[in-house]
Design a protein around this ligand. Structure first.
Ligand SMILES: Cc1cc2nc3c(=O)[nH]c(=O)nc-3n(C[C@H](O)[C@H](O)[C@H](O)COP(=O)(O)O)c2cc1C
Length: 104
């Protein structure tokens, strides 16, 4: 997938719940319709890709290091994340993450 060039324009959305899950390497295993709509990708582009495909360069690397170490410790992580859409715009999410083992 070609590299997305960020543009300084916010993508606003009224409300909605983005739901995603990843494996332990951060590969997306589930994306709901709202995730597709807000990130600007279709489901096929998201599922199977690394979640860092929507990482915005303004986000500090330390935030994700903390996120992953918290999850690996079996704890919940929450925070505000700036994400990069496919069209280069950015959007903010309040993210809540937890570690659950897949039953499959
Ligand atoms: C369930 C879940 C959701 C995530 N959501 C995001 C997200 O919305 N935006 C983001 O940049 N990273 C998200 N991440 C973290 C990415 O996996 C990744 O660590 C981050 O984008 C930084 O990329 P890097 O680890 O390759 O440096 C999420 C991780 C998990 C486990």
């Amino acid at each position: 997938m070609s590299k997305v060039i960020p543009i300084d324009q916010e993508y606003n959305f009224e409300e909605g719940m983005i739901v995603s899950s990843t494996d332990l390497k951060g590969i997306i295993t589930y994306a709901n319709r709202k995730f597709c709509e807000i990130a600007g990708y279709c489901k096929e582009e998201l599922v199977g890709s690394n979640h860092n495909m929507i990482r915005h360069p303004d986000m500090p690397r330390a935030a994700f290091e903390e996120l992953w170490s918290t999850l690996h410790a079996g704890k919940e992580w929450e925070g505000i994340v700036k994400n990069l859409r496919k069209d280069g715009m950015y959007y903010w999410v309040y993210a809540y993450l937890n570690y659950t083992q897949s039953l499959i």
